[in-house]
Design a protein around this ligand. Structure first.
Ligand SMILES: Cc1cc2nc3c(=O)[nH]c(=O)nc-3n(C[C@H](O)[C@H](O)[C@H](O)COP(=O)(O)OP(=O)(O)OC[C@H]3O[C@@H](n4cnc5c(N)ncnc54)[C@H](O)[C@@H]3O)c2cc1C
Length: 481
């Protein structure tokens, strides 16, 4: 099927090989998806090890997060001066306690490492692994970055005290270890150099990396030549690279791969530039050698597949294992608003079905590479259709379901039925575990609330599965009475 977005992309002067791969991926006849390869029923198999009390609590929290007025009131309260202030008023403590005992416990792993340990152990007993993420804020200055690095290292180190391989990945946001303003400046430079190749590069700070932009990338953020980086900016960038390298080295020592999150377009080129430079160092090809650094591809971006292929091709030429976490993308309204304010076309696909098509097509490309032993992929999604697509492709390509190079991941508290169905089918499945003091992870919780609104979310399917299981248990009790 030729998608609308592909026809729109075609007007760009693509590099021919990339065009060919994209064309093949989007037009190739897909095999009929086989439901038997990923069964999300019966609920008794999915929730066999989940106590009834936990199911009821999950149902209440998911319901709460999907009621629009409740979410609106919650957002207003969370953003109110009482909660945001430094004070420790009784009212603030009470509100945070309610949040902790409801949605926080549902979506987060705990306030400190001790609580996280318990969450990870519970997941481990269910046959799931954890991806531990300390909910750090973006950094404005280098001092904040140093403090954040220490927290990331502490989190990574904690995994070595947990049951062997109960933690599947470490996780980092580059925006917490490199000042945001600097990521914007570097992204401006990368965009300007790409769109004005004749001006030549005078960027001594530009470390060897893979391509981060393509002809169809958005360039509207940078409309004039950016002033060169100052010596102090160059120094800060050098320090940021060092922080990432320190983190990767620690992960490498613990044999724990590291997921690097993707953000929004004004900073993403710089993030990818840093990520690929770390991949060149820590993902060398070799038999039975696992890659350490995973970048993130947001397939809601029109240019995502083209950029993914360019980076993967460059990695292959240098004997580097490419490793990606595939997501659809979380900054849709921010991107659309920015493009709209500049009277530019949104860089996001114009319909959700185009995003779905690109997600599955990017997945196919990565799975093909996994089957050739040249790549690793984390399919980070709650979308059951994509899960079925993956299961069918894995079967077709003859990839072992427990191959470490293929992993699935969902957020804690979301799509639990899907996670357990994938586990039952034999795949490696992890839950992404945000942790930290309640007040610190509030922005994360508000994003979850945003995602869970509406009737067509994965949350409504979760609620449906839990209700079915509770009914089944009630009936079983009734028979005994
Ligand atoms: C383990 C994990 C790690 C993650 N890491 C990141 C990360 O690093 N960076 C990041 O940005 N996100 C990240 N996410 C969030 C992710 O991008 C999605 O927001 C979220 O997972 C919902 O997508 P889904 O695949 O579950 O799909 P679905 O629920 O099937 O689809 C929802 C998604 O479709 C897209 N969409 C919705 N409406 C439209 C529309 N009208 N047009 C085009 N597209 C549309 C949006 O991306 C939306 O999030 C992560 C998610 C997980 C599970």
């Amino acid at each position: 099927m030729m998608t609308k977005s592909y026809s729109a992309c075609k007007s760009f002067p693509f590099r021919s090989l990339t065009t060919q791969t994209i064309e093949t991926s989007l037009t190739q006849q897909q095999p009929q998806e086989r439901s038997d390869l990923l069964d999300i029923t019966p609920t008794s198999n999915l929730f066999a090890s989940t106590p009834t009390k936990a199911l009821i609590l999950s149902l209440v929290n998911l319901r709460l997060m999907s009621i629009e007025p409740a979410v609106k009131v919650g957002s207003v309260v969370m953003n109110s001066p009482i909660i945001l202030s430094e004070s420790d008023s009784v009212l603030k403590k009470s509100v945070l306690k309610i949040v902790k005992n409801t949605v926080y416990n549902h979506f987060c792993a705990g306030e400190d490492l001790k609580e996280v340990e318990k969450t990870v152990e519970n997941l481990w007993k269910e046959g799931l692994k954890g991806i531990i993420d300390y909910g750090l804020e973006d950094a404005d200055v280098s001092e904040d970055c140093d403090r954040n690095l220490k927290e990331f290292l502490k989190t990574i180190d904690m995994s070595s005290h947990l049951p062997a391989s109960s933690v599947s990945f470490g996780c980092v946001k580059i925006t917490a270890i490199c000042p945001i303003s600097l990521l914007k400046r570097v992204s401006d430079h990368l965009r300007w150099e790409y769109s004005h190749p004749s001006t030549g590069s005078s960027s001594a700070w530009k470390v060897p990396s893979f391509p981060v932009l393509s002809d169809s990338s958005p360039f509207y953020h940078t409309t004039s030549p950016p002033p060169p980086l100052t010596p102090s900016e160059e120094n800060d960038l050098h320090l940021a690279h060092q922080r990432l390298s320190t983190l990767c080295q620690r992960c490498s020592d613990l044999n724990l791969p590291l997921l690097i999150d993707a953000e929004y377009t004004s900073v993403q080129p710089a993030i990818d530039h840093m990520t690929y430079s770390a991949m060149r160092k820590f993902n060398k090809m070799g038999e039975n050698v696992r890659p350490i650094v995973y970048g993130t591809v947001q397939t809601y971006m029109r240019d995502s597949m083209e950029r993914m292929i360019l980076a993967a091709d460059a990695a292959e030429k240098e004997d580097v294992q490419i490793a990606f976490k595939l997501v659809r993308g979380a900054y849709m309204s921010r991107e659309t608003k920015l493009a709209g304010s500049l009277k530019e076309k949104s860089p996001i696909h114009s319909t959700i079905s185009e995003t779905h098509t690109f997600y599955d097509a990017c997945m196919d490309i990565m799975l093909q590479k996994v089957s050739g032993g040249r790549a690793s992929v984390v399919l980070a999604t709650h979308n059951i259709q994509s899960g079925k697509h993956a299961a069918t492709k894995v079967e077709e390509l003859g990839i072992r379901k427990d191959d470490k190079r293929l992993q699935f991941a969902q957020l804690k508290g979301m799509a639990d039925g899907f996670s357990l169905g994938l586990r039952n089918a034999g795949f490696n499945v992890s839950k992404y575990l945000a942790f930290g003091p309640v007040q610190m992870v509030l922005p994360y919780l508000l994003r979850r609330a945003e995602e869970n609104r509406g009737v067509l979310t994965s949350s409504s399917f979760d609620q449906h599965l839990i209700r079915d299981e509770l009914k089944r248990r009630l009936k079983a009790i009734a028979v005994l009475l």
